[in-house]
Design a protein around this ligand. Structure first.
Ligand SMILES: Nc1nc2c(ncn2[C@@H]2O[C@H](COP(=O)(O)OP(=O)(O)OP(=O)(O)O)[C@@H](O)[C@H]2O)c(=O)[nH]1
Ligand SMILES: C=C(OP(=O)(O)O)C(=O)O
Length: 211
């Protein structure tokens, strides 16, 4: 078996601003949904055999407490946007384990399977800088760099094109649907449910989504 040595950085937005595209469907459950999705994502990452540590970057005490109880290291968010948050997590990963590869992973992957994350990380280990596009092929769900390689995340909106144009290797693999399935809309949530939601997301989703 391969050694567990990846640092995974997971950014978690302040709840009051999180999952706004799901506000219509989730209503009063929106913040619980954001916490549940991040909990399932971090749980799956922590259960991945190649992952040595999960570093969560957040300014919000609720996900901070929940995810630190799971075993994640929590780093304060400088509150200057997503890529700055990821760089703060990267700095912590270098402090903790300077020789380990690092991957930024979106927090909204509620169907994530540890074995599929391991497949993506095994492929990423072959390149200095790489990424996994989201299911629609517009954004990015995972961005990875090898030890000592500059960490230049360009998340936000149409980030697949930005990661491609800066020279990162696009990892197009079979069998990583759960790594690519981020959830922003109710259609995304249904697509994730078809793959199999983690238990926290399934419980919250059952409160507002029927069928
Ligand atoms: N720590 C941190 N995480 C962020 C920030 N902005 C976005 N994220 C995270 O980045 C990922 C993608 O976020 P978005 O799609 O922009 O936001 P969202 O809350 O998932 O959804 P919307 O509100 O509908 O845009 C999620 O994992 C968020 O938690 C930020 O400023 N700080
Ligand atoms: C932040 C991103 O995506 P989304 O807003 O779709 O979560 C991204 O893919 O870079």
């Amino acid at each position: 078996m391969q050694e567990a040595r990846w640092s995974i950085v997971i950014p978690v937005k302040t709840l009051i601003r999180a999952k706004t595209r799901l506000a219509g469907a989730a209503g009063a459950h929106r913040e619980d949904l954001a916490v549940a999705v991040a909990t399932d994502t971090a749980s799956a990452a922590l259960a991945c055999p190649l992952v040595a540590r999960v570093i969560v970057v957040t300014a919000d005490p609720i996900p901070a407490a929940r995810l630190s109880r799971l075993g994640a290291v929590v780093v304060p968010d400088p509150d200057k946007g997503l890529n700055t948050a990821l760089r703060a997590g990267f700095a912590e990963s270098v402090r903790l384990a300077p020789g380990d590869p690092v991957a930024a992973l979106q927090a909204d992957l509620p169907a994530l399977r540890p074995a599929e994350l391991a497949r993506a990380l095994t492929a990423a280990a072959e390149f200095e800088e790489s990424f996994v596009p989201d299911a629609p092929g517009v954004g990015t769900t995972l961005y990875a760099t090898g030890p000592g390689i500059p960490f230049r995340p360009r998340f936000g909106g149409e980030s697949r094109a930005r990661h491609l144009s800066c020279g990162a290797k696009e990892l197009l693999l079979d069998g990583i649907d759960s790594v690519r399935r981020d959830v922003d809309t109710v259609e995304d949530l249904r697509a994730a449910a078809a793959l199999g939601l983690g238990p926290h997301t399934a419980a919250v989703t059952a409160r507002f989504l029927v069928g």
